[in-house]
Ligand binder design. Structure first.
Ligand SMILES: [Zn+2]
Length: 74
């Protein structure tokens, strides 16, 4: 009886190790890389390039700052 219990434990440990090994082989999700390939847009006033999420969009045009937006549309 003790022997059966021993083998159950051994099999359990082996299965656990195999699962951990399989997990490690899975490549990391691409989520972290998305920001690097984010669209770059150009400020209409000074021409600086900046990520789309940081740019100010107004009337279909991009600006680096509120100041430049006002300057162009004054
Ligand atoms: Zn600008």
């Amino acid at each position: 009886m003790g022997k059966i219990l021993f083998w159950l434990v051994v099999v359990g440990v082996v299965v656990l190790l195999m699962r951990l090994a399989a997990k490690k082989r899975v490549p990391p999700p691409d989520g972290g890389r998305k920001k690097e390939v984010e669209d770059m847009v150009r400020c209409r006033v000074c021409g600086v390039n900046l990520p789309r999420s940081e740019a100010i969009l107004s009337r279909g045009r991009f600006y680096c700052s509120q100041e430049h937006r006002n300057q162009d549309q004054a």
